[in-house]
Design a protein around this ligand. Structure first.
Ligand code: IVH
Length: 678
């Protein structure tokens, strides 16, 4: 079908809106609308484009994820070579760099340097022609790289169309594609859970994702970009300074690192190195140094290049986040859910400025895959506040006596049997709450910040409370026969005053929310977000407990799939869990703010106070159930379309209401979109 002028305009408007929100979300990190609202716009455009073939446009935001898998990579010759940088590791090297710059330029006054973090990802060159993304290529050998356009388009922070009109006709931007630390951690956690191979570090994750033939893979990975320069520029001009060019690139819609700055002389550079170094662990992405660039292009030109690096730039590196050391032994740690985790005891080594003597090996699968043996020389990695880990073994350095590691048959803490179900990566202690290690971890989780948030009840104190048998379950924390000022004051390093403070903190924590409580009790794989969803959906614990008998009902909750549903069911099927919950809630130990859906929740916001009309035949939900769900979320259902209607939900054979709604510019949702919104 061909689209009418009106539909064409609607599609154009949707594309603009979506690009605008992409820019706010991915580039400015400041979304203006809830995700559900964005998804709705996106689906509306997708539907239009599916219906009218002539609306197809390669620049449409829907085409980011729609690309076909390639059969091979084609090479791209860079119009201007992608150079590398000279490295400095010590302050003196920065001084001599600055001196060389002054000498060559015959300057005496301080040089202005544009200073930037050195991002630890993979370099990319993206060519825009007439403001539209044309080709994206990897660095390769600097002269020729690989065409990875299909993957780069999937990165939300890469504009498909440039903003404004001041950009050159041909503009090649250069930058670093990276995987933010959080996304990397989540990706690896999921890979480990599914028995897949995790990435060694975010740099490999970014590079590996771009080196895929099928763009769906890159699309499913949380990649981002910071641009830090330009290549070929034709048919237009850019400012005379690097720092101003970065500002211009930002205006064109690119993501530029917010830590970039301009300083004077070597002193300014070193000050920046220190300032960023202090904040290195807070940054949401990995860096391995900072880069100093002579700011004025005129001066850059005078300085020129030596072999493959410019004379006008220098990378000043931070201490490495990966080091070599020896595995002295492997111990086993028992977690909250009984997971028995191998931990390498290491010959102490300084990694990124901190001494590391233990590192996680994650689970038996990974230990076996990496083939870590006692006595081996290994690469350890420590980044940010993440637990240090053993990344790989230096196989060539293995000595004869290196010992293989075996999973213990019994729990090192409670001596219960340890089992590792066929095909699972994680081994577990079968001791449950009999195991003091599991009890301690469960309590630590129960009082943690996102759970009951009991201030001053730290890990060491919990160990003491459990070891001295004062506390066995979370309910004991609120039982004055167990925990009181006297029993607390008798513990090591606890004085009367700190015991009183802790009692006060326990008192404060008694008033909490159902969501926090559900998170605190530690149902497997129920994190904060799922706990919120469960609380919003069921409103109180009794209803949830009843519903836990039925896996299907549980799966109606957003985010809850068959695995989580089963964990919830298993949790409520265990009498000791129910007993603790009854004690916590029954004796008025805790009071929960229950019920009412949170006003800030995206889905609720989409319904609250909004008027819906239903039309056509719905297949996955009955008409009545749909009405019930809308009303439950604070929405209204009426029978006919008017200017007051906010949403029209349509099924098969929608009839005239759909057209009327479209004419009035009312948002229409097909059944799938509606169910997703629910
Ligand atoms: S400028 C001619 N700026 O470091 C200048 N590079 O060794 C070329 N890198 O392949 C690069 N952050 O991938 C520049 N702020 C930054 C950077 C940066 C990371 C990477 C880049 C390049 C390598 C150079």
């Amino acid at each position: 079908m061909t689209a009418s002028e009106r539909t064409r305009k609607l599609a154009a408007r949707l594309r603009e809106q979506i690009s605008h929100h992409d820019h706010h979300y991915y580039v400015l990190d400041d979304p203006e609308i809830p995700d559900a609202e964005y998804d709705r716009l996106f689906r509306q455009l997708q539907d239009l484009e599916a219906k009218y073939e002539d609306l197809y446009s390669p620049d449409s935001p829907t085409q980011r994820v729609g690309g076909k898998a390639q059969t091979e990579f084609t090479s791209v010759t860079h119009g201007i070579a992608m150079l590398s940088l000279d490295n400095a590791f010590r302050e003196e090297q920065v001084d001599s760099f600055n001196q060389r710059v002054l000498d060559r330029l015959e300057e005496t006054g301080p040089i202005s340097y544009a200073v930037e973090p050195k991002l630890d990802g993979t370099a990319i060159s993206i060519r825009y022609e007439a403001g539209r993304l044309a080709v994206a290529a990897t660095r390769g050998d600097g002269r020729t790289g690989e065409d990875v356009t299909h993957n780069v388009r999937t990165i939300g922070a890469v504009p498909m169309i440039l903003k404004g009109s001041g950009y050159p006709q041909v503009l090649e931007v250069r930058g670093e594609v990276f995987m933010p630390i959080r996304g990397f951690e989540e990706f690896n956690a999921r890979a480990r859970e599914q028995g897949e191979k995790p990435f060694a570090n975010p740099r490999n994750a970014a590079a590996g994702s771009l080196r895929q033939l099928d763009p769906k893979i890159a699309a499913s990975r949380p990649l981002s970009i910071f641009v830090y320069g330009v290549g070929v520029v034709d048919g237009g001009s850019l400012p005379q300074r690097h720092s101003e060019t970065l500002a211009a690139l930002s205006e064109f819609g690119f993501r530029v690192c917010p830590e970039n700055s301009v300083v004077e002389g070597a002193e300014g550079c070193l000050g920046y190195y220190q300032a960023i170094g202090q904040r290195r662990e807070e940054l949401s992405y990995e860096i391995d140094g900072v880069v100093y660039k002579v700011d004025e292009y005129g001066q850059q030109q005078k300085l020129g290049f030596v072999s493959r690096a410019p004379r006008w730039a220098l990378a000043h590196k931070y201490p490495a986040q990966e080091e070599l050391t020896k595995v002295l032994d492997v111990d086993w740690q028992v977690g909250r859910t009984g997971a028995v985790t191998p931990v390498a005891r290491l010959e102490p080594v300084v990694v990124g400025g901190v001494t590391v003597s233990n590192a996680t090996l994650h689970n038996m699968d990974e230990l076996e895959r990496k083939d870590v043996r006692i006595g081996d020389t290994v690469v350890v990695r420590r980044a940010g506040d993440v637990i240090p880990e053993v990344v790989s073994v230096m196989a060539k350095r293995r000595r004869k006596g290196a010992r293989r590691v075996r999973l213990p048959g019994k729990c090192p803490v409670c001596k219960s049997a340890v089992s590792r179900p066929e095909g699972e990566a994680v081994a577990r202690c079968s001791g449950g709450l009999y195991c003091s290690a599991q009890r301690k971890e469960a309590l630590k989780h129960f009082v943690s910040r996102k759970a009951l948030d009991i201030e001053g009840l730290g890990s060491k104190l919990i160990d003491q409370l459990v070891d001295s048998k004062i506390v066995r379950t979370p309910a004991d924390l609120f039982d004055s026969k167990c925990v009181n000022t006297d029993s607390l004051a008798a513990l090591e390093r606890m004085a009367q005053k700190s015991a009183e403070n802790l009692m006060a903190a326990i008192e404060v924590s008694r008033k909490t929310t159902l969501a926090r409580f559900l998170y605190a009790v530690g149902i497997r794989e129920v994190g904060e977000a799922t706990a919120e969803n469960l609380a919003n959906y069921f409103g109180d614990i009794g209803t949830l407990r009843e519903a836990s008998a039925d896996i299907e009902t549980l799966q109606k909750v957003p985010d809850v799939g068959p695995v989580v549903a089963e964990h919830i069911q298993t949790f409520f099927a265990q009498p000791h869990n129910v007993e603790v919950i009854e004690k916590l809630l029954g004796d008025d130990a805790l009071t929960l703010k229950e019920g009412a859906p949170r006003q800030s929740d995206n889905a609720d916001k989409a319904f609250l106070g909004k008027t819906f009309v239903l039309t056509g035949t719905l297949s996955g939900i009955t008409r009545d159930a749909a009405k019930g769900e809308i009303r439950k979320r604070g929405g209204k259902v009426t029978g006919s379309i008017s200017k007051k209607t906010d949403f029209l939900v349509f099924g098969e054979k929608p009839g005239s209401k759909l057209e009327k709604a479209q004419n009035l510019g009312i948002t229409t949702l097909d059944e799938q979109a509606f169910l997703a919104l629910l």
